[in-house]
Design a protein around this ligand. Structure first.
Ligand code: DAK
Length: 277
């Protein structure tokens, strides 16, 4: 692939949007390649994904304005569908996806991060939906996901004003879970860049997720996502079904068995090697 890199580290997969010269802007080819990259993930091995952008400056600076500028209505619709199909694929991907947001996450960049399960960022991150300044609405789910993730009032303010916000404000309104800064030595020299600190934190979080019972983690993702779309009575039924679905799995037996063994003798097995079965 020209614009997407994939690296697998044990049970973690890292997908990198690699179009640094255009600040990782999403053109049709990037959208196609991202879709292929997600399809190619080996779900028998990989238990958590990280999505990031190449370089230090930008996660994704939006949909490709150059490509969009000449689209006809029909082409615009097709482009929108390509993006929306990909973003739904990420959102409903069976395993968790962490967005490691390094720098700009504007327009489609903010939107793709919001289709991930969790967002963390470097302290140079900047989020925004600048579309109304370009004469369009956020078209990759921005009006819907931002309003669900932060308050509707805050989402409306950000979208109507097209104002970009920095990492600390994104953290304050709950758009990101954590912000990472560069580390320095006593003389003030940078020893770890903000991007490296971010990626180390993302991998640590991903490893923590990958160490849990995988069927249970997948069912939690589905329960939260599906439950948020319906009323609480229906949501509880969704939860019950996915809870029940975990029973009789090898991992449920191993997880509970480990706890009971530890009660008898605390020196017994502490880490369960979950089998995804
Ligand atoms: N598209 C294409 N190229 C971009 C780009 C973008 N969104 N953002 C940056 N680039 C390119 C620049 O053109 C430049 O390329 P060269 O001139 O070097 O060839 C290179 O990346 C470096 O950018 P700058 O020189 O501008 O770098 P600066 O540091 O000065 O500024 C910036 C960084 C991020 C503030 C600035 O580049 C910028 O404002 N970029 C645009 C940000 C933006 O407005 N993003 C939102 C795009 S709208 C739809 C669904 C969804 C969407 C649309 C339709 N349908 C349902 C149909 C989504 C829309 C959007 O995302």
């Amino acid at each position: 692939m020209e614009f997407v890199l994939y690296e697998q580290k044990d049970k973690i997969g890292i997908i990198t949007i690699n179009r640094e010269k255009a600040l990782n802007a999403l053109n049709s080819q990037v959208l196609d390649e991202l879709s292929e990259a997600f399809d190619a993930v080996d779900l028998n091995v990989v238990r958590c994904l990280i999505l990031t952008g190449a370089g230090e400056k930008s996660f994704v600076a939006g949909a490709d304005i150059g490509e969009m500028s000449t689209l006809t209505k029909a082409e615009g619709e097709a482009f929108g569908k390509k993006g929306n199909d990909l973003f739904r694929k990420i959102e409903s991907f069976p395993i968790p996806v962490i967005a490691a947001v390094n720098g700009f996450a504007l327009g489609g960049g903010c939107e793709i991060s919001m289709s991930c399960d969790i967002r963390i960022c470097s302290d140079n991150a900047m989020f925004g939906q600048p579309e109304v300044g370009l004469g369009i609405t956020p078209g990759f789910g921005g009006t819907q996901r931002l309003a669900r993730l932060v308050s509707p009032g805050m989402a409306k303010q950000l979208i109507y004003t097209a104002r970009n916000i920095k990492a600390d404000e994104a953290y304050r309104i709950g758009l990101v879970n954590a912000v990472y800064s560069a580390e320095t030595d006593e003389a003030g020299n940078v020893t770890v860049s903000a991007k490296d600190a971010l990626m180390a934190a993302a991998e640590k979080m991903a490893a923590g997720i990958a160490a849990q019972a995988p069927i249970a983690v997948r069912n939690c993702k589905k329960a939260i996502n599906d439950g948020l779309q319906v009323n609480i009575d229906e949501a509880i039924v969704i939860e019950e079904k996915l809870f029940g679905d975990c029973f009789e799995t090898e991992d449920q037996k191993a997880g509970m068995g480990n706890f009971l063994k530890k009660k008898d003798d605390p020196t017994k097995v502490k880490v369960v090697d979950f089998k995804n079965a």
